[in-house]
Design a binder for this molecule. Structure first.
Ligand code: SAM
Ligand code: SF4
Length: 334
């Protein structure tokens, strides 16, 4: 069998891993319809979660292997106790580390300041609707105003840019493309629409309810003319478009209709210490067992290099052979 010939995290397709997504918990204080069922989520047992020391150790090995960016996610990362402590531990690993977080924003009103002080550099806040009643139906919790308060707190704490993630579902909120774009433009938020992917826990994904990126861009362009933004980082999942009037940009993450697997530079560490080399991977690599079994840093590094070497060339969503992974987005780390 061919093996990885270099010391970094490269795969058989010639891609290099630079981005580590760390899920710090699978739990959440919302129940978004495109992500989780209303009830009955089987949470991971507490003892299975990596400790902050284990997460930091694993991250250090990754940085030594060439990772330059870490994003905290979940579940909802802010529901894990004492998150600023983890942020401070990770920030201490490397000066200038690109340390970011994806959050639903509910707890940012209280946590934006301490997270920023601990070394968090960037936040993405998820918001799929501007209508509080619709938010209640979509997230199954009546907490719209907490997200808005969280966004304001993030701005006061000095996060810049602030990105907004929005998922659209046909028949639910696809009529909010232009209102969301207008709202984000007026406030200087960088909005990104994410295509709904077959990663919901309840496996109810329905292609007919996916709103394709092309349709989203057409709708915005009709009101606020767009042009492609200058090519940026090729491994970034979002395709960016500038408003022709100079008032910022909007992005689409067209994971289903325009897959970008050929440039993927990401791996994911689940809250229970499994490495996934693709969102849609059907296999995981157990680093919790390795770390708790006494593996040395160099053994961890070797296991990781071997896992990345076998990174999936791409997802199969558009193929008849597609099988949805057993774990949902909230357990994988979005
Ligand atoms: N709870 C945090 C939040 O909602 O931002 C972080 C975790 S969440 C899994 C990360 C991102 O994935 C969110 O922007 C969410 O909207 C998105 N997401 C969740 N399920 C999805 C799905 N099935 N398809 C596409 N995006 C999804
Ligand atoms: Fe929670 Fe984020 Fe999933 Fe919504 S998308 S249920 S906020 S993990």
């Amino acid at each position: 069998m061919r093996t990885n010939p270099t010391s970094g995290l490269v795969d058989t397709q010639g891609r290099t891993v630079r981005d580590l997504r760390i899920s710090v918990t699978d739990r959440c204080n919302l129940r978004c319809v495109y992500c989780m069922p209303a009830e009955g989520m089987p949470w991971l047992p507490k003892d299975d979660l990596l400790t902050y020391e284990e997460i930091t150790r694993f991250a250090r090995v990754c940085l030594d292997l060439g990772v330059t960016g870490i994003r905290l996610t979940g579940g909802e990362p802010t529901v894990r106790a004492d998150l600023p402590i983890l942020v401070r531990m990770l920030d201490g690993l490397a000066p200038g580390l690109d340390l970011s977080m994806t959050t639903n924003g509910l707890k940012l009103a209280a946590m934006a300041e301490p997270l920023r002080a601990a070394g968090l550099r960037r936040v993405n806040v998820s918001l799929d609707t501007l209508d509080p009643a619709r938010f209640h139906r979509l997230a199954r919790r009546d907490r719209f105003h907490e997200v808005i308060a969280g966004l304001e707190a993030a701005r006061r704490a000095g996060f810049e840019p602030i990105k907004i993630n929005a998922v659209l579902m046909r028949g639910f909120n696809e009529d909010e493309v232009v209102p969301l774009a207008r709202w984000a433009r007026e406030r200087g938020f960088q909005l990104r629409f994410i295509e709904w992917m077959p990663l919901d826990f309840q496996q109810s994904w329905d292609r007919a309810r996916l709103v394709p990126a092309a349709e989203i861009l057409d709708a915005i362009h009709a009101v606020f003319p767009l042009e492609p933004a200058a090519a940026g980082d090729p491994s970034a999942p979002a395709s960016l478009y500038r408003y022709r009037d100079g008032s910022g940009s909007v992005g689409v993450i067209a994971s289903v209709t325009r897959p970008f697997c050929g440039h993927c530079d990401r791996i994911r560490l689940t809250a229970d210490g499994q490495i996934r080399t693709c969102l849609f991977a059907l296999r995981e690599y157990d680093f919790r067992k390795a770390m708790r079994g006494g593996a040395s840093d160099s053994e961890i590094a070797e296991l990781l290099r071997a896992a990345v070497w076998r990174k999936e060339p791409g997802h199969l969503i558009n193929s008849p052979y597609f099988r949805q992974p057993a774990r949902g987005m909230s357990a994988i780390g979005g």
